[in-house]
Design a protein around this ligand. Structure first.
Ligand code: NAD
Length: 271
């Protein structure tokens, strides 16, 4: 346990927020949860309390202000929409304790894009997790005014929950490894949507080439195709290049609620 951080609040408790909460709860941190979907949140926090093997408490809250009032670290893990994250950071900035670190788990938005809505600009961080239990690493990136103290405390906390920190030395869209993954994702989507090959064949080739592991279309299904689409749109909005625009065929999946594992159908079908 990192002694400077005791209470960790998660704002947005979906696919990733849940994993972060669970991992931190195993290390005795006090976990506070807030999500707009209150019904699911209550069910989930009860599950987490049952699963936990440590002393720290897990509580769910009806407002962001309540959920963060005694937090030393706040991690926002709401959908990948810049305007939504700016709204959340505005509320968080006003209600957080002065020394609290405010981090976003965004996959593509540098925290500098959220800086102007909070006073405590020195406390901001990108802490970008991957799948917490199968890919235990997290990119850590500063905003333009993040202090060394914030960066070090954030890094130590990540290490304290047995996650390897990936230090981003200067602002980079896609951080460290997500940038590599993004290049792969962009190309395989183009191959599939352009009708050049079936996604199953791309995944098959990947497994042979890499020796094993989760293949790109399988991984996108796991991440959630709505999340993948929003991330790709975020890169596209940044560059404005047509080449970065995600294919319409991916949007069609999202519109049809074929979001991957979470809805039972994406590229693959799940029982
Ligand atoms: N899915 C992944 O593999 C993955 C990996 C790394 C980072 N991320 C990033 O994590 C963030 C969340 O992604 P996810 O996959 O967990 O998405 P998700 O859709 O599973 O979860 C988002 C959660 O945010 C909640 N939410 C929506 N509006 C809210 C609001 N105004 N206030 C509080 N909660 C709100 C939703 O109810 C939902 O529970 C995104 O920024 C994404 O880029 C995702």
């Amino acid at each position: 346990m990192n002694e400077e951080i005791n209470v960790v609040s998660l704002i947005g408790v979906g696919f990733l927020g849940k994993q972060i909460a669970e991992k931190a709860s195993l290390k005795n941190y006090t976990i506070r949860l807030y999500d707009v979907n209150a019904e699911d949140l209550d069910k989930y926090s009860e599950e987490l309390r049952m699963k936990k093997k440590t002393e720290g408490e897990v509580t769910s809250h009806n407002s962001i202000e309540e959920a963060i009032k005694d937090a030393d670290l706040i991690i926002e893990a709401a959908p990948e929409k810049l305007e939504l994250k700016r709204e959340l950071f505005t509320i968080i900035g006003k209600a957080a304790q002065p020394n609290a670190i405010i981090a976003t788990n965004s996959s593509s938005i540098p925290v500098s894009k959220l800086e102007d809505v909070v006073e405590q600009k020195d406390k901001l961080l990108n802490i970008h997790f991957y799948n917490v239990f199968t890919m235990p690493m997290a990119d850590i990136m500063r905003g333009t005014k993040t202090s060394d103290d914030t960066f070090e405390r954030g890094k130590k906390w990540v290490e304290s929950i047995d996650i390897t920190p990936l230090i981003v030395k200067k602002e980079c869209y896609g951080f460290v490894f997500n940038r590599v993954w993004r290049a792969i994702k962009k190309e395989v989507l183009k191959i599939w949507a352009g009708g050049y090959a079936d996604f199953e064949d791309v995944d098959k080739a990947w497994r042979i080439f890499m020796g094993a592991g989760l293949a790109p279309f399988e991984l996108m299904d796991q991440v959630g195709l709505d999340v993948v689409y929003d991330i790709e749109m975020s890169y596209y909005k940044k560059s404005g290049w047509d080449d970065d625009k995600p294919p319409q065929a991916l949007k069609d999946f999202v519109d049809a609620d074929n979001l991957g594992k979470k809805t039972g159908k994406g590229f693959y079908t799940y029982k």
